[in-house]
Design a binder for this molecule. Sequence first.
Ligand SMILES: [Fe+2]
Length: 575
Amino acid sequence: MYILGVNAYHGDSSACVYKNGTLIAATEEERFRRIKHWAGFPSQAIEFCLKEAGIKVQDLDYIAISRDPKANFGKKVVTALKQKLSIKNIIDRVSNLKKAASIEDEFISLFKLQSGELKAKIVNVEHHRAHLASAFFPSPFEKSALLSIDGMGDFTSTMIGTGEGTQISVLDSVSYPHSVGIFYTTFTQWLGFPHYGDEYKVMGLAPYGEAKYVDKLRQVLKFLPNGLFELNLDYFNHAKKGVNMVWEGGIPAVDSIYSDKLIAEFGPVRKAEDKLEQYHYDMAASVQRFTEELIYHILNGLHARTGLDSVCIAGGVAQNSVANGKIIQNTPFKKLYIPPAGHDAGTAIGAALWVYHQELKNNREEVMWHGYFGAKFTNAEVEAVLKAQNIDYRVLNDSELFDEVSQCLIDGGVVGWFQGRAEFGPRALGHRSILADPRRTDAKEILNAKIKRRESFRPFAPSILKEHTATYFERVDDVPFMEKVFVIKPEMRASIPAVTHVDGTGRLQTVDANIEPKYYGLIAAFHQKSGVPILLNTSFNENEPIVNKPEEALACYLRTKMDMLVMENVVIRRS
Ligand SMILES: [Fe+2]
């Protein structure tokens, strides 16, 4: 049985395909379109997934879409009347619903099908149920509490529930316009970061400030005794005026959400080109701390209602790796699972698994311990790309490769490392990564000068051999997807300055030899020479989506000052 999962007309559009409960391929449309967070109908991702599965669209049994235009319709009408949503806002929403309803037409026109040729049953899975399914069904837990938390999808922003075996039960939810994601995005915009997906910049900024204004934020968002929350809508625009969100055929765009009252209380909006003042750092710290408190409030409430030890989390807010890293200390939960694509791209997985388990009641087959489900290229394919451009290269065996690359890193080099299948999800995890020596105090400056040119306050992350985690970090846990930030032991910070954030933390990836032997082998070679079992790992891109194919990796290498490019076992270096 083949199930295609699709996230369409939402940020980070994506597709995946399952064969009898086994994930064959998963990818984000942005990797093909080369536009970050691309939103719309993910036609190229769908074509890629079908090709990987070796099937035609006619062979699909189900197409699962992670949105349900009919979901929460009553709530939508009530809110529209209560909040006096503008006519334009309602029209925008209705036209978006119509678009989603014509998904069958999209398939018919994409694959030039005759009527009746598409046999697959199309199933709409409500957005947050898809998030919950994306976290629970691939988790290692038989029974677990569940949380989905984001800006908004299908008119809901937060959903709690439980999962047991093949079934998910929803306990409660928070409806639009109330939303943790909208709260965080509003202050992200107010701090001068207007683009979709800029929230992680506020998280990076927060450790430079003091969380002085947490109490002031309590008037903006109220914690409720039932373990949920509500926004004070006087501080926001989205409910009254309607906020234009563009989800079709390109980069998602969101209008400004802060109201005049927010500006009156918190001061003027910072323009992107304005200098960051101490006040901005303090506000970033306060927003981050307050959001952490809110997440723990929701989780504490969820624990009280379920009494379960394990929790699975997904949704855009589940990308807050700083908050995630402290969940076990701040809640009664003992075990936590967050999938590699906790954001909206992951709802393609969730929708497919919802159909396979929840609706068809099939047993769960596999735990998702890695996110390597994208495009892959052989040595021969890489060599063909280089030959076509008359570029000299060498092909090494694995041990020669580990030796040469680790030496280049030790000598101060920056290496593009392109291996195996591309990662599904926002993080590069050693398959589409740029690597550097974490011991160098100047690594951040070198990387920013040579390649990234990104804001100086943003940290770089460490990949660590799993069994050395306890030597460097105060917590020991599997962190396969860089989904948590942990405190680095004070005595170790000076030895890895390039991956130690200003507050002494690191957003780690624990690398397991059984799951990722080649990346493990490289770090082990570096460890043997340097005594440090860690590499600095940042995504292989330069202000663009992560590179997907060898041509893009080569172009990135050629236009930046990277010292070495390794694709599979093929090496090119600057002389
Ligand atoms: Fe979402």
